[in-house]
Design a protein around this ligand. Structure first.
Ligand code: ADP
Ligand code: SF4
Length: 692
């Protein structure tokens, strides 16, 4: 189907100062964990988006000096010419595919914990970091101010030399320029503090100096929070006023919301709490202050919504971080009317957790994100397998099984069957997506359903539970087991390294998450307790389900924070707030010592006993692999050989329970390497390291 005419507006070119964007799709700066430490990974990752049709691709935050060192988090850097050489790989890749390249020049000020450089952080005033009370900055003198502004100019010059087309004077997310602008962070009484004019001075001067220095070599972009929200000091009126004052010097406004330490409302809002484009309430106001091009983000994947906000004049460019990770080819697919092929971001923020804390970005929807260079994976291209004449049976249509089958079919295997005991594809996603707030994760299934339907050599066989004989008799050359994992009924876990006395199979008053969500069982009575030793979405989700049905619910976790892993996905604070608002009592840092029909015996972090009176318990202790089928097949290699099964592999949770993103990755990996000498063993990937 051709593109709908109402989306034509998205493919108009846009002028930003001396440069022209080929369309309105703009990959805003976002973290990856690549920086200048992995220059080839950086180049291939951004270059893939350029190939996918984005008009501009930007780096992550890019430090301008050693005082702006936010390690252990990984930023890009332009401290010297070597850094510029590293980033030149990226600009070349972007240009090769017709995109502009942008660099987000950054000074963290107070937030640069300088753990690598060991220099004192700089800030307008001496207030400690709200992340870490040990980090107390040095107050910037007028000489420091001039020096930092000059460092911005020097870095901008290097950026131009490295081939960048767009240079940022990045100030949002309450980094140094916003710290000056905010009366909360800026307590100065000199020409750089006090009145709005004075607080705006540092940033305005920096923009002016960069503008003068780069001339027409690059477009100048400024990233600003329309409102820093949550008491961070720069409210909408001042945000807009700053835009007015700087407007003549700026070619592109990249408008965000929120503060670095503001976890309630922020740009990378998870789908659990935020709808597409929710930021527009604030960022959508920037037009009042400027006629220059504006880019905003909003996890936009719906072309109608994109066209509507452009047509309405609110913004000129559709900015994206996550939708561009989840589908680097989003613009091309819309341009060519391939709407149902878009791999829509699910808003889970696994990418964020991996790029910030894991140092290498990954994505739940797009297994190839971050693997373009080191594994040579292209999200849209699949090499014909050397063993394409073979057939494959995949047992289990969960995330790992679906993904593996699709990759195998795209690689041209003669025939791929995915067999599942259930009625539909999805595996654990069937019930996970029914947990409160996680409906959008269903896009993982939606995308794969469309893909599977398009592949004539791929067939889904529902309602069949296979045992070892069934697999051997199936007639496939390759058998792949993707049977998933189950929550332990006896409460066995790695925290106490023991089962929970009183838990076990067949008890009406002690249930697992699957019993609640799949079998529809409920703990008896009006009072329930959820024991959570995992700390991600399941325990909190089950607690919400039970509470919504009118029970009194208490949640006990061994961690200091409820659902602590959700802090890495930017869901934690809101989630805890929701549990609190729902009236769910929370016990932190505690373990369950026994369960009986009257309740839970527990111990606090010092071992002091306490009791939770309740009528039933849901134990979210740990998942164990459902590997019985794989082991039965492994145990009889002769029978396997006699049946003509040449390859046997296991993927996903049935090997080791893991994040959905990693189960999908595992399935994808096997599909990509099905013709390697030993497909069960991952091939080594390219590493980037200093040469000695
Ligand atoms: P993963 O996350 O590793 O993909 P899931 O637990 O989501 O795993 O999915 C496993 C799927 O395998 C489920 O849909 C389940 O119904 C299916 N399954 C498990 N054992 C068998 C079996 N013996 N035969 C067919 N399907 C099975
Ligand atoms: Fe979107 Fe999740 Fe992928 Fe991030 S990891 S881009 S939030 S689907």
């Amino acid at each position: 189907m051709p593109r709908l005419p109402r989306h034509d507006i998205l493919f108009e070119p846009v002028q930003i100062g001396p440069k022209t964007l080929r369309n309105r799709f703009y990959q805003v700066p976002h973290c990856t964990g690549f920086g200048v430490e992995k220059p080839w990974t950086q180049a291939a990752f951004r270059g893939m988006k350029a190939e996918g049709g984005w008009a501009a691709v930007c780096t992550e935050y890019c430090s301008i000096s050693a005082e702006s060192d936010e390690s252990p988090y990984v930023s890009a850097r332009l401290w010297d010419d070597e850094d510029a050489r590293a980033l030149r790989l990226m600009t070349e890749e972007a240009h090769r595919h017709g995109a502009l390249a942008g660099v987000e020049l950054w000074h963290g000020g107070l937030y640069a914990e300088t753990r690598e450089s060991r220099l004192p952080p700089l800030a307008p005033s001496q207030l400690s970091s709200d992340f870490d009370g040990i980090t107390v900055p040095r107050v910037m003198t007028p000489a420091d101010i001039r020096r930092v502004q000059q460092e911005w100019v020097t870095a901008a010059g290097r950026a131009c030399d490295a081939g960048f087309d767009i240079v940022y004077v990045y100030g949002s997310h309450t980094y140094l320029p916003s710290q000056f602008l905010s009366p909360v962070y800026n307590r100065r009484t000199d020409a750089y503090g006090g009145s709005f004019e004075n607080r705006a001075r540092f940033w305005l001067e920096a923009i002016e100096l960069v503008r003068e220095a780069v001339g027409d070599r690059c477009a100048i972009a400024v990233r600003i929070a329309a409102d820093t929200l949550e008491g961070s000091g720069v409210e909408l009126a001042e945000g807009l006023e700053f835009i007015r004052r700087a407007d003549a010097m700026v070619d592109l406004w990249d408008v965000t919301i929120g503060a670095l330490a503001g976890w309630q409302r922020l740009d990378a809002g998870p789908s659990r709490f935020f709808e597409q484009g929710y930021q527009l309430e604030w960022s959508g106001q920037a037009r009042q202050a400027t006629e220059k091009p504006i880019v905003v983000v909003g996890r936009f994947t719906d072309p109608d919504r994109m066209a509507e906000i452009v047509r309405g004049g609110t913004v000129d460019l559709i900015g994206a971080a996550r939708p561009s990770i989840s589908d680097p080819f989003l613009p091309r697919k819309i341009e060519e009317g391939r709407y149902d092929e878009v791999r829509e971001c699910i808003g889970c923020n696994a990418c964020y957790s991996r790029s910030i804390w894991g140092r290498h970005l990954g994505c739940t929807q797009n297994a190839t994100a971050g693997e373009e260079h080191r594994r040579g994976w292209h999200p849209e291209r699949f090499e014909r397998a050397r063993n394409a004449g073979q057939t494959a049976l995949v047992v289990g249509a969960g995330p790992a099984g679906m993904e593996c089958a699709i990759v195998l079919a795209k690689r041209g295997l003669e025939l791929v069957h995915v067999v599942d005991a259930g009625d539909d594809i999805g595996g654990c996603l069937e019930w996970v997506t029914r947990l409160p707030g996680l409906g959008e994760w269903g896009r993982l299934i939606d995308y794969r359903r469309v893909q599977m339907a398009r592949l004539p050599n791929l067939q889904f066989v529902p309602g069949v539970r296979l045992d070892a004989d069934g697999v051997r008799d199936y007639g496939a050359d390759i058998a792949i087991v993707a049977t998933g994992a189950r929550w332990n009924a006896d409460g066995m876990n790695g925290i106490t390294r023991a089962p929970i006395p009183g838990a076990g199979e067949g008890l009406a008053h002690v249930l697992t998450p699957e019993q609640v969500m799949v079998e529809g069982l409920r703990p008896p009575g009006a009072r329930a307790c959820v024991i959570d030793y995992e700390g991600y979405f399941t325990g909190a989700g089950i607690a919400e389900v039970l509470r919504a049905e009118g029970r009194e619910v208490e949640l006990l976790t061994c961690f200091d924070l409820v659902a602590h892993y959700c802090d890495q996905t930017l869901e934690g604070v809101r989630l805890r707030r929701r549990l609190h608002d729902l009236g769910i009592a929370m016990h932190r840092g505690a373990t369950a010592t026994a369960i009986d029909p009257e309740g839970v015996h527990a111990a606090d972090e010092f071992g002091r006993p306490f009791r939770i009176a309740c009528d039933g318990v849901v134990v979210v202790a740990q998942r164990s692999s459902d590997d019985a089928l794989h082991r039965a097949l492994l145990d009889d290699p002769d029978a396997l050989a006699a049946a003509g099964v040449e390859g046997l592999h296991a993927i996903g949770d049935c090997v080791a329970p893991r994040l959905i993103a990693d189960a999908i990755f595992d399935g994808h990996r096997l599909g990509r390497e099905i013709d390697s000498p030993d497909p069960s063993r991952p091939l080594p990937y390219l590493r980037e390291r200093p040469l000695v």
